[in-house]
Ligand binder design. Structure first.
Ligand SMILES: [Zn+2]
Length: 148
């Protein structure tokens, strides 16, 4: 893919995500590093570098996710697909609280939050600070991400 096309694709991913990690909601201007473009379905599993397979992800989420597309739910031992921000709605699977904590509503939410370490203390504090300053609204966040 040509360099200009890659830059345009990255810009569209960032704009669609409203500059937040589409997994843990971390704003990219409050993090300690620039977010990355993630292949929701990794290339090794046949995922393509197209808008409908890309998500904006903070570095911790992207590193913890790696090329994984599923995980094992501790409560049941079942293999559960990870949250897909292109085909699933964030608010169906997660809830963001004013203290920066993210709780899970579904098995998809539980395995994703666990694998990607959503509630590590640093990211919880950044989300809490962003909520306190009005940059992140827990009520509107649920509809802001994950839909094309
Ligand atoms: Zn994240």
């Amino acid at each position: 893919m040509a360099r200009v096309q890659r830059i345009d694709l990255r810009g569209r991913v960032i704009e669609r995500a409203k500059k937040r990690c589409e997994y843990c909601q971390l704003p990219d201007d409050d993090g300690w590093a620039i977010h990355e473009v993630d292949h929701v379905i990794a290339r090794k599993h046949g995922g393509k570098t197209i808008l409908s397979n890309l998500a904006y992800a903070c570095i911790p989420c992207n590193r913890h996710k790696g090329t994984d597309i599923s995980s094992i739910e501790p409560q049941t031992g079942q293999v559960i697909q990870l949250f897909n921000p292109r085909t699933q709605r964030w608010g169906t699977h997660f809830q963001l609280h004013p203290d920066g904590t993210i709780t899970s509503r579904t098995a998809v939410g539980r395995v994703t939050a666990l694998l990607l370490h959503f509630n590590d203390p640093i990211r919880m504090q950044i989300r809490a600070d962003s909520i306190a300053t009005g940059k992140l609204n827990p009520r509107t966040t649920l509809r802001a991400n994950g839909q094309i």
